[in-house]
Design a protein around this ligand. Structure first.
Ligand code: 7RM
Length: 673
C-alpha cells in the first residue's frame, strides 16, 4: 500500500516519479548515458524541498501518516545550534501507522515473511497477526512495569517476535534499544547501563548458519552488571530448556494470558522512539536518539522512492535489526507502507552460496537490499550459484553499509540482476535515519554509474568542505561531506549527552551536519563516498571505532600500548591491524596475542578481532605524545615512501624501525600462504 493520498501537487509529482518508468532501462555501466526525457519531477521536487522544507514536508507528513492530533509547526531547526524538531504539536503512534491502519483495510495481507535459518521453513505473518502479537507483548511489558518513556533492550536475532517487541515498545511509548545479537555480554551490559533499561527481551537460543547461539547465557552474564534491569523476558527459538532465574519471565506463556488488544499511547512527534548505539572515533558507542514522526515519515518515503516499492512487492532487506538498516528498511519503512517485509535469519552461505537467490526464487522477492561484503564473498563462489535460480521477480537491487567496489557492483548488476534491475548504492548512517544519497529517485530512466551513491534525496543538501572549513564548489572536487539543511529523519541527540552530539556533528563546520565521511563530487554533480575521515572503520559493513578495539586490548596487563588501523580487505572491505607494545616481562608473544584476540571478542564482538597483530618496540608519537596513526596506515598500505609531514614526530627513527618489523611480518605471512 502506498502512502495514503499525498498532498495534491506533491502527490501528483511523487506519483509521476514512480509511474511509467516504461522502458525499464538497465543501469548503464557508465558508458552510454540514458537521456532524461522525463518531466523534471525529481529536480522540481528537490528544488522545492531545498527552497522551502516546510512546504515540502508538511503536506507529506499530514497526508502520509495517521495522526491523533495535527502538528502546528512543520520544522523548527537550527543546525548552528544542533537543534532539530519536526511536526511540533503533532501526536501519533508509530505502531498504529505500521499496523492498525493496514489491519483496517486488509487484515490478511502479509506483513512479514520470516525466512528462518533452515531453508524452506519460512513463516508468514499477516498484519492482523502482527498487531495481535504486538498488543500481547505490549500488555506483557506493561504488566512488568514498563511505562511510557522507559527503555527496553532487545537482544534478539531477526524474527517476528523481535519486530513485535520493537512495535510493542512503540505502542506503549517505551523506547527500544536493539542490541545486535552478536555483541558480547560486556557490550550488551554497557548499552543497557547507558540507557538505564528496565527490561531486556531475548530468546533462549538463536540459530544462525545451522549453529546454536547461546543468547540467554550472554544476557545472564550481562545483567549481572546491570542494576536497572528488573525483568528478562525470554522467548523460545529452540526446544532447549534454559535455566530460568529470578529475573526471568517466559515470554510466550505470559503473552498467552494477555489481552490481544492494547490502546496505543498518543506520542508527541518529538518524543523518543528508539535509541541505537553506534561507534564513533572516540569513547564508548553513542546512543543516537530517533524520534517518532520525522523518523517514520523519512523511513517510509525513502523506502518507497529509492527502491521503487509498489503494492504487492515482496521487499527483501537482509540486514539484521541490530543495525539502523534493519530498523528503517526491515521494520519501520516497509511496515508503514503496508509492504511485505522479509526477515532473514540466516547467512549468505548457509546451507550453500546459493541461499540468497534460492530465497529470491522461493519468496518471489522484488527488491533485494544487502551489503557489499556479502556480494564480494558470493562472487568468489562463481556465477552458477546465482544462475541456478529464477530471479525474474527482482526489480531493484540495493547496496548499503560501505563503498561497493567496481567488481562487486558489476557482478551484482550483470549476474544477479541480469543487467535488467536497477541497482541503487545507498549512502546513509545511523545518524541520518534513512537513505540520504542514492541513484533513485531521479528523473525517469536517468543514468546510474557504478560504485556511486550519486543523488541526494529530497531535502538532503550535500556540501563539501576543505580543510579550512570553506565550502568547495564545482565538480571533480572532494572534501568533507556535510549536509547543510535539516531533514525529518535525522537523529536528535545522543542519549544522556547532548554536548557530545553537538561536538561530534556540529562543531567541525558550524551551521552544518558533519557526516564523518569524505566524498567526491563528479561531473554531473554526482556524489561518490570515499570513506571515513575519522578513526572509524567498517568491517563487513559493521561500524567500529579503532579506539574501542584499542581500549579492549588495553585491558591486557602485558600490553601497555596499542594502535589499531583499518586496512583494505578483499571481502570484509576493511580489517583491523593492531600494533602492540609488550612489557619486558610479557612472556610468550604468541600467547599474549591469542589472549588479546579473546579479549576483544569478549569485550566487543567476534567481528572486531584484529586480523593482524604486530609487536613493535614503540609507536610513532608526536612530541605531545599523540600516536600518529596516519603513518602506521601508510606503512601497512604500502605507501611508506610517501609519509607526508613527519616533523612533529618525537623521534623520526621510529619509522624505519616499524617499517622493517612490518616488512618481516609481511614476508612471513606471504610465505605462509
Ligand atoms: C546505513 C549504515 C555509516 C557509515 C557511513 C559510511 C559507510 C554506508 C555507504 C557507506 C560508502 C555507501 N549506517 N557507508 N553506506 N560508504 N557507500 N553506500 O551503514 O551508521 O552503520 O554506518 O557507513 O562511512 O558513514 S552505519
Amino acid at each position: 500500500m502506498a502512502a495514503r493520498s499525498l498532498g495534491r501537487g506533491l502527490g501528483r509529482l511523487l506519483g509521476r516519479l514512480r509511474e511509467g518508468r516504461a522502458p525499464r532501462r538497465a543501469a548503464s555501466g557508465g558508458s552510454g548515458s540514458v537521456p532524461a526525457a522525463a518531466p523534471a519531477s525529481y529536480q522540481a521536487l528537490s528544488a522545492q524541498a531545498a527552497r522551502d522544507p516546510a512546504a515540502f514536508w508538511g503536506p507529506l507528513a499530514r497526508d502520509s501518516l495517521v495522526w491523533d492530533a495535527p502538528y502546528h509547526t512543520v520544522c523548527d531547526c537550527d543546525l548552528r545550534g544542533g537543534r532539530v524538531g519536526w511536526f511540533l504539536g503533532g501526536q501519533l503512534n508509530v505502531s498504529v501507522n505500521c499496523l492498525d491502519q493496514h489491519v483496517q483495510k486488509s487484515p490478511e495481507s502479509i506483513a512479514l515473511i520470516w525466512e528462518r535459518d533452515e531453508p524452506g521453513t519460512e513463516v508468514r505473518v499477516t498484519y492482523r497477526e502482527l498487531l495481535e502479537t504486538t498488543c500481547r507483548l505490549a500488555n506483557t511489558l506493561k504488566r512488568h512495569g514498563v511505562r511510557r518513556g522507559d527503555r527496553v533492550a532487545i537482544y534478539m536475532p531477526v524474527s517476528p517476535l523481535a519486530v513485535a517487541s520493537m512495535l510493542a515498545c512503540a505502542r506503549i511509548g517505551a523506547v527500544h534499544t536493539v542490541v545486535f545479537a552478536g555483541f558480547s555480554a560486556e557490550s550488551l551490559a554497557g548499552r543497557i547501563n547507558d540507557a538505564k533499561c528496565k527490561v531486556v527481551i531475548t530468546f533462549n537460543q538463536g540459530l544462525r548458519g545451522g549453529r546454536v547461539v547461546e543468547l540467554k547465557k550472554v544476557v545472564d552474564e550481562a545483567v549481572k552488571h546491570c542494576p536497572t534491569i528488573q525483568h528478562v523476558l525470554v522467548a523460545h527459538r529452540t526446544d532447549s530448556k534454559v535455566h530460568m532465574g529470578d529475573l526471568d519471565v517466559p515470554l510466550e506463556q505470559e503473552m498467552a494470558r494477555e489481552d490481544p488488544v492494547c490502546t496505543p499511547e498518543s506520542m508527541g512527534s518529538e518524543d523518543m522512539l528508539f535509541l541505537l548505539y553506534t561507534s564513533g572515533s572516540t569513547g564508548t558507542p553513542k546512543g543516537l536518539v530517533h524520534t517518532q514522526a520525522g523518523y517514520l515519515l523519512y523511513a517510509a518515503l525513502t523506502h518507497r522512492l529509492v527502491f521503487d516499492y509498489r503494492p504487492g512487492d515482496i521487499f527483501g532487506c537482509v540486514a539484521d535489526i541490530g543495525w539502523i538498516t534493519g530498523h528503517s528498511y526491515v521494520v519501520y519503512g516497509p511496515l508503514c507502507n503496508g509492504a511485505t517485509s522479509v526477515l532473514f535469519e540466516s547467512t549468505p552461505v548457509y546451507p550453500d552460496a546459493g541461499r540468497y537467490w534460492e530465497m529470491v526464487q522461493r519468496l518471489r522477492i522484488s527488491q533485494f537490499y544487502g551489503a557489499p561484503t556479502a556480494v564480494r564473498l558470493l562472487l568468489k563462489y562463481g556465477d552458477s550459484w546465482v544462475r541456478k535460480y529464477d530471479r525474474s521477480s527482482l526489480r531493484t537491487l540495493g547496496s548499503v553499509g560501505e563503498p561497493i567496489n567496481h567488481e562487486a557492483w558489476e557482478w551484482l548488476h550483470k549476474v544477479v540482476g541480469e543487467s535488467r534491475c536497477t541497482l541503487v548504492d545507498t549512502w546513509w548512517q545511523t545518524e541520518t535515519g534513512g537513505i540520504c544519497i542514492a541513484p533513485r529517485p531521479s528523473e525517469e530512466g536517468a543514468e546510474i554509474l557504478p560504485g556511486m551513491a550519486m543523488r541526494p534525496f529530497f531535502g538532503i543538501i550535500p556540501v563539501l568542505m576543505d580543510e579550512e572549513g570553506n565550502v568547495v564548489e564545482g565538480c571533480d572536487v572532494s572534501g568533507a561531506l556535510c549536509l547543510s539543511q535539516a531533514w525529518p529523519g535525522m537523529a536528535r541527540t545522543i542519549y544522556g549527552d547532548h554536548q557530545r552530539f553537538l561536538d561530534a556533528y556540529f562543531r567541525a563546520y558550524p551551521g552544518y551536519y558533519f557526516t564523518g565521511d569524505g566524498a567526491l563530487r563528479t561531473q554531473g554533480g554526482y556524489y561518490q563516498i570515499t570513506g571515513r575521515m575519522d578513526d572509524v572503520i567498517n568491517i563487513s559493513g559493521h561500524r567500529l571505532g579503532t579506539a574501542e578495539i584499542e581500549d579492549a586490548m588495553a585491558a591486557h596487563p602485558a600490553v601497555p600500548e596499542t594502535a589499531v588501523i583499518g586496512y583494505p580487505h578483499d571481502i570484509k572491505g576493511e580489517a583491523a591491524f593492531a600494533f602492540i607494545v609488550l612489557k619486558d616481562d610479557a612472556g610468550d608473544a604468541d600467547v599474549v596475542m591469542r589472549e588479546l584476540r579473546a579479549t576483544v571478542a569478549s569485550k566487543i564482538a567476534k567481528y572486531a578481532v584484529p586480523d593482524q597483530i604486530l609487536v613493535v618496540k614503540r609507536l610513532p608519537k608526536t612530541r605531545s605524545g599523540k600516536v600518529m596513526r596516519r603513518l602506521l596506515k601508510k606503512i601497512i598500505t604500502g605507501k611508506a615512501q610517501d609519509l607526508g609531514d613527519t616533523t612533529t614526530l618525537e623521534d623520526p627513527g621510529v619509522i624505519t624501525e616499524i617499517l622493517s618489523t612490518y616488512q618481516k611480518h609481511r614476508d612471513k605471512r606471504a610465505a605462509a600462504q
